[in-house]
Structures are given as C-alpha cells and as structure tokens.
Write a protein that binds this ligand. Structure first.
Ligand code: ADP
Ligand code: ASP
Ligand code: MG
Length: 450
C-alpha cells in the first residue's frame, strides 16, 4: 500500500528558537511529512509590522531598534546551530531586504499595502530558510529542499488579504511539488504568503499559514493535513482563558469551522474549506508534546454534545441601521448589503426587526473606511465599538428548549447586547462588552462543560 501524503504546518511558537525548530524537525521526520509549511519565528511578523509603522512615522531610530531585534532573533538561532557561511549570507540577504523596504517607506512616509506584504513576507522567508537546514540535519535518506511557495500559491492582488486561485494552485503544485508525492524529496516552504500572476508578493491575512497549508494539501491531493502548534489539540475553549479547558479528541468540520470563525485562534477561519472540499483529513497537535493524542477533525464524530466548545471574538462593532422606509417595503436589505459588498466588508452576525437591522463587524473594517458615511445616505446609523462576540458551539443548539434560559441565568449581571440564534444548528452567539467577555466564557464553561 502506498504511504499517505502528509502536509505538516508548524506555527510561530514551533519556530520560536533552535530548540523549538529541532523539535518540529523531529516531528516532521517521525510523521514522514512530505511538505512542511512554516510560520515566521515567534513574534517576527509583529516586529515586521512595527518596522513598517515606525518607518511611516518617520522614526528612523525606532526602525533601527526594531530591525536589530529582528536580526538578533535570527542570528541567535544561526549562532546556536553553528550555521555555515552560505546560510548566514542567505539570511542576511533577506534581512537586508527588510531594511531596504523599511527605508523606502521611511523616505516616502507611506506604506502601500503592496509594500507591506513584501515586507511582512520576509518573516516566513527567513524562518523557512533556517528551518530547511535544521530539517536537513535531521534527515538521512531524504532530500530536504527549501521551496519558494510563491511559485505555486497564486493569488489575486488584494494585498494583505489576497484570495487564492484554487485551480491554478492545483496545477502549479502538480508541476513544482510532484517530487514530494512520488519522489524522495521533502519540501520546506512558507505559510501566509503568495504571489500574483505578475510575481508580486501577497499575504493571506494574519494567522494565514494554516490556510496556506490547507491549500497546499488540497493542491497536492494530500491525505492528511497536520497543524502543529503549542497546545495538544483543540480544547473546549482557549486554555489561556479557562485553564480547566479540556482537549477534544474529535470535533466535526462544521463545529471546528464555527469555532475558528468565532474567534478561536487555534485555526485560521478558512483552513477547513479546502480540507473539506478535497477530503483531506485534519489533525491538530502540539509540537511540544507530539505524543499526546491531539484532535482529529471529522465529518462525523462518535458523540454529538449539545455544547462542545466555546469561543470569543474581540474587537467587534455593532452597527444598528434603521429607517422607516423598511416598513412593509422591499429592497432595503438589498441596498445596504450592496454597500457592504462594494466595500468588501464581511458581516459576522445579523438580526433584523421591522425597521432596523443590527449587524456586527470587526472594528478594524471601520478604520479608514467611508462605509459609515455611505450607509448614512440610506438610513440612520448607530455604531457601538469595543464589544466581543461570545459563542457556544455544539449540536442542535437552535432546537433545544430552555437552553437560552440556562445561558442567560448563568450570565446574571452581564448586559447582553445582540443575540443570534437559529441560523446554525451549531452556534449560539451574543455580544457583550469586551471587558466582560472573559468572565462570560468562564461562567459558561463552568455551566456547560464543568
Ligand atoms: P500557531 O502560532 O501555532 O499558529 P496560534 O497562537 O495561532 O498558534 O494558535 C494556538 C493558540 O490558540 C493556543 O495557544 C491557544 O491559546 C489558542 N486557542 C484559542 N482557542 C483555542 C481552543 N479552543 N483550543 C486550543 N487552543 C485555543
Ligand atoms: N506569521 C503570520 C502571522 O503571524 C502567519 C501565521 O503565523 O499564520 O500572522
Ligand atoms: Mg495560528
């Protein structure tokens, strides 16, 4: 029987230093991963963003300070591994590009989204360059190759949130990565980044390496996608919020997708779309404790609990749009959704009454956007910021009598803003003040999971 084709992705904490990289290399080898997708070294994407922000503010001293931190993070790994001159010069060449781009931004006092993507892409290009060597040191009998993912990760030119071109990616994977499938080669490549057809570097959005790995698994026709991170699987909620959170052995694609969409950082929200579309099995485990059972994401699970997990999504704005024009008329919803479409803004949850519509968006979508002004020409617009969406994820959640009563009894004293129930049998969510969201999750976890 032929061996299963595996794409393994390692996040920033699995790339944090040489020890973490070596651990991730052993996992890749033991799992016989065919393609290894990596994030930037822990904290480096944030530093690259800080670099661009300081450059735009014309604060060169701060640029240099941040740049030195980036250099130090990579050089200390190189020193520990006693890297040879070739690796040093490859890394230094990438670091030099970061400085050059930052200098351009400094001179212009501006950072286009295109320039921003080129700059932040260096995080993954640096980590993968080093990790390819760490992995090569682990392997005997396999050819480990660094691979520039931009050769296959074709996207549109919507910089900072580029959309992958699925068919082209599959064609390019079959052209350039075929040795991963049938040959003796292990490819080490970058998550998060892509390229337009005219070879401009793009990124898929923060946390996008999970998505990259899923797209490569799909493009390659892989059997298994492994997401290796710093927790031993998907838990009933973020263990940083509730230390008693329990690890789940299994969860369905729909539940895991809801969990990711509603704020669980463990997976990028779009990761499961390619996996589900192309029947790739998904596993989530810890590179720190690779022998723990981890979580398998499945089409069907043995148990279907009412509440399997919960999540919160911070930084939400509630928009209430009202107009008497909505009364007994049609076309109003069409007009307002057209505005959201024109501004490419995605709505998270929504409720309507006879003369008003309330919906939630990420706070960030309102920055620099004329969307409120445009909506204001159609109706009255009220904006409330600083909210969090709290959601319970499970099964038949929209059909269970008394569930709402039980939820709200346990939230006594907390002011709940908008409630969304009914659209999905897997999700019940509501809005609260950001400062109260953690408390909500803690109380709900105690009530429903224990
Ligand atoms: P990586 O750098 O490996 O991509 P992330 O920081 O993006 O890792 O995601 C892992 C983190 O997700 C965990 O450290 C944990 O705090 C957080 N998290 C949020 N919700 C959950 C959940 N339900 N189960 C497990 N981890 C969660
Ligand atoms: N390095 C990128 C980020 O920090 C992508 C990722 O880690 O998934 O957002
Ligand atoms: Mg992540």
């Amino acid at each position: 029987m032929s061996e299963k084709i595996i794409v393994a992705k390692f996040g920033g904490s699995s790339m944090a230093d040489l020890t973490a990289m070596k651990r991730s290399a052993s996992v890749s080898r033991d799992q016989k991963a065919n393609v290894v997708v990596v994030s930037a070294v822990y904290g480096v994407t944030n530093l690259l963003i800080a670099l661009s922000e300081n450059a735009c503010k014309h604060a060169w001293e701060n640029v240099e300070q941040v740049y030195d931190e980036i250099v130090l993070k990579h050089h200390s790994i190189l020193e520990q591994m006693q890297a040879d001159d070739t690796l040093y010069s490859q890394v230094d060449e990438l670091l030099k590009q970061a400085k050059t781009l930052a200098h351009g931004m400094f001179l212009l006092r501006e950072c286009s989204l295109k320039a921003y993507d080129s700059l932040v892409s260096l995080g993954e290009r640096l980590s993968s360059t080093i990790f390819a060597q760490v992995l090569a040191n682990e392997y005997t009998g396999k050819d480990v190759q660094w691979f520039d993912v931009r050769k296959v990760m074709r996207t549109d030119d919507d910089y900072t949130k580029a959309k992958p071109q699925i068919e082209e990616i599959a064609q390019l994977c079959n052209k350039h990565l075929i040795d991963a499938k049938y040959g003796n080669t292990v490819f080490v490549t970058q998550g998060f980044i892509g390229s337009t057809s005219d070879e401009m570097t793009t990124t898929l959005g923060r946390g996008g390496s999970d998505y990259s790995a899923a797209l490569l698994a799909e493009g390659l026709g892989a059997d298994i996608l492994q997401i290796w991170t710093d927790v031993a699987g998907i838990a009933t909620t973020d263990p940083r919020i509730v230390p008693e959170a329990r690890l789940l052995g299994e969860i369905t694609y729909s539940e895991a997708a809801e969990l990711a969409t509603f704020g669980a950082k463990i997976l990028h929200p779009t990761t499961l779309t390619p996996a589900l579309r192309s029947n790739v099995q998904v596993f989530v485990g810890s590179s720190y404790e690779p022998n723990e059972p981890g979580t398998w994401i499945k089409t069907e699970t043995e148990s279907t609990p009412l509440v399997r997990a919960m999540a919160m999504r911070k930084g939400q704005s509630l928009l209430t749009l009202s107009t008497p024009k909505m009364l007994h008329s049609h076309g109003f919803l069409y007009e307002i959704f057209k505005v959201f479409n024109d501004f490419k803004v995605s709505i998270d949850s929504i409720t309507t009454s006879e003369i008003s519509v309330a919906l939630t968006l990420d706070d960030s979508t309102l920055l620099n956007s004329k969307i409120i002004e445009t909506l204001g020409t159609l109706c009255d617009v009220k904006v409330e910021e600083g909210l969090s969406l709290v959601s319970l994820i499970g099964n038949d959640i929209n059909h269970t009598p008394n569930l709402a009563a039980k939820i709200f009894n346990s939230l006594e004293g907390i002011n709940v803003r908008m409630i969304c129930l009914g659209a999905s049998k897997h999700n019940f969510c509501f809005l609260v003040k950001e400062s109260e969201a953690t408390e909500c999750i803690q109380r709900l976890h105690k009530e429903f999971i224990g």
